[in-house]
Design a protein around this ligand. Structure first.
Ligand code: IPE
Ligand code: IPE
Ligand code: MG
Length: 247
């Protein structure tokens, strides 16, 4: 039976987050420059977004560029930004065809203007789509995001618009980049690395983690389905006991 058909559509994660890792190693393995891996990673993005939309996932967040990635060699950063502009421009048509809405989180102001403008245009051009929201994390880091939220809350308190006693989890969530988006139930990281690399620290508090040795440019629809099947075989206890969950 195809993997896709084994998935219980009634117990799908609403939101899947992916750390797309291993592009550089994928390219190196074939004696190519790292950027060759990034270029090939675009196919995986397209396939994964399509696979998620096809089965009814509502939100797919892809970690595309971290704040820390600015520290890579200038040539790689420039090539990545160019690839981003180019990809966003060319994929808008496919997004519309698949009824997928584009959204972005991160310090978008720090992106080169061409990149920011292209992104904004694609977000506007896909804003009416309803099947799935594809969230790109760009120039994103979770510590940056949480600090920003804390500063904004501080300003509200200073202005007398908010009382410190009123601040709760929901208040903070309103100031995160992901406001209005449910927390991911499933987080996937490719390339065999077992770390979170400053990604959605708050939002992943109770996510199920799935790690695969596959390098991102090799990731295909069935890899996503495999991760979802693994997720569906787990018991999510949220601090309770197994017996309580069975009730
Ligand atoms: C992930 O692949 C893509 C980005 C971080 C932009 P890497 O470029 O990190 O590839 P590896 O981990 O060096 O193989
Ligand atoms: C994490 O990958 C960031 C993205 C996938 C965009 P990295 O390859 O930058 O992570 P580390 O530095 O190895 O943890
Ligand atoms: Mg990496």
């Amino acid at each position: 039976m195809p993997l896709k058909q084994k998935i219980d559509l009634k117990r799908l994660p609403k939101h899947i987050a992916i750390i797309m890792d291993g592009n550089g190693r994928w390219a190196k393995k074939q004696g190519e420059e790292r950027i060759f891996g990034h270029h090939n990673g675009v196919t995986s993005v397209r396939e994964t977004a399509e696979a998620a939309a096809e089965i009814g996932v509502e939100f797919l967040t892809l970690y595309a560029f971290s704040t820390e990635n600015w520290n890579r060699p200038k040539e790689e950063v420039n090539a990545l930004m160019e690839l981003l502009v180019h990809t966003i421009h060319h994929e808008t048509k496919t997004l519309n065809k698949n009824n997928i809405r584009l959204h972005a989180i991160g310090n978008l102001q720090s992106l080169p203007k061409s990149c920011f403008d292209e992104l904004q245009e694609a977000i506007n051009n896909t804003s009416k789509n309803t099947r799935m929201t594809l969230v790109l994390a760009l120039s994103y880091s979770s510590k940056w995001e949480i600090l920003n939220a804390v500063k904004e809350i501080g300003n509200k308190i200073k202005a007398g618009e908010l009382q410190p006693e009123e601040v709760n989890e929901h208040t903070l969530e309103k100031y995160l980049c992901t406001a209005g988006i449910p927390d991911p139930e499933l987080m996937i990281r490719t390339s065999g690395e077992h770390r979170i690399s400053n990604f959605l620290l708050w939002q992943l508090a109770y996510a199920e983690f799935y790690f695969t040795e596959k390098l991102w440019p090799d990731f295909r629809k069935d890899d996503l389905y495999q991760a979802i099947l693994d997720y569906q075989a787990r018991e999510r206890r949220f601090g309770k006991t197994s017996e309580q969950i069975a009730l």
